[in-house]
Write a protein that binds this ligand. Sequence first.
Ligand code: RIB
Length: 294
Amino acid sequence: MKKIAVVGSVNMDLTVKAQRHPNKGETVSGSDLQYIPGGKGANQAVAAARLGGDVTMFGCVGDDIFGEQLLKNLEENGVKTEHMLRIPHMSSGIALITVAESDNTIVVVPGANHSVTPDYLQKMQDKIMQADIILLQNEIPLESVELTVHLAEQAGKTVIYNPAPAVPVKREIIDKVTYLTPNEHETALLFPDENDLNTLLEKQNGSLIVTLGEKGAAAFCDGRVIQIPARISDVKDTTGAGDTFNGAFAYALANEYPIDRALRFANIAAGISAEHMGAQSGMPDYDTVEKELQ
Ligand code: RIB
């Protein structure tokens, strides 16, 4: 099995449920406050590790109580953390999440995730490049994402870049990654001149995989556009479903699945994860996904 390195964020998610999302200037009553480990990087690492992947996380947490809990959570899920830093006098990343009306809103305070600097990554370069597959997102400084993509491409690694949350990304970075995995909203931001998804997928020639929420995922594969329908799920919370998709996709590539099978596997994993509150709580193990895939 190939090795996976995740370079990304680690957050503590403060999650509440509400009947509906507040309007501007409005206060609504919530319930069920939970402190749940999250962060797009950590979520993707846990998703891949829970499936049985060989996963090493590169990132930073603070020297607060959350930092300790977040590292422990990664380790308990089988993610290697020996290259992660605890940053003195710094808070760990926090995400304030409201779950209402079958959807969520998130405010992220990056804290120690800002310390995943180009300098840290240069120091970690040899360790990161021991992996075969490198998985990235946008919750660390963009220049750090750019540097990692550049180094990984030079080293001939498979790079999966989940450009979330949405920010404009240089075309040269998009062209260097092996798989770019935006959702529809991120796709519109990254490819503003292209409004036909099928044409765009064909032009990107297999390097673009677009997640479509309840419509599943689409990609260009074996000379044609394929759309993998979403799993029918009893949705409780979609937080982390995209992260589960990316982590499971990385796991599938690490095990040399053909792309269409990898996408089906990732879609099922994401659907299962949405049946539980919290980003990581519902992430499935290998047997659960494989049984449905059969
Ligand atoms: O993708 C979901 C994640 O986004 C949450 O876990 C939260 O930490 C935010 O970063």
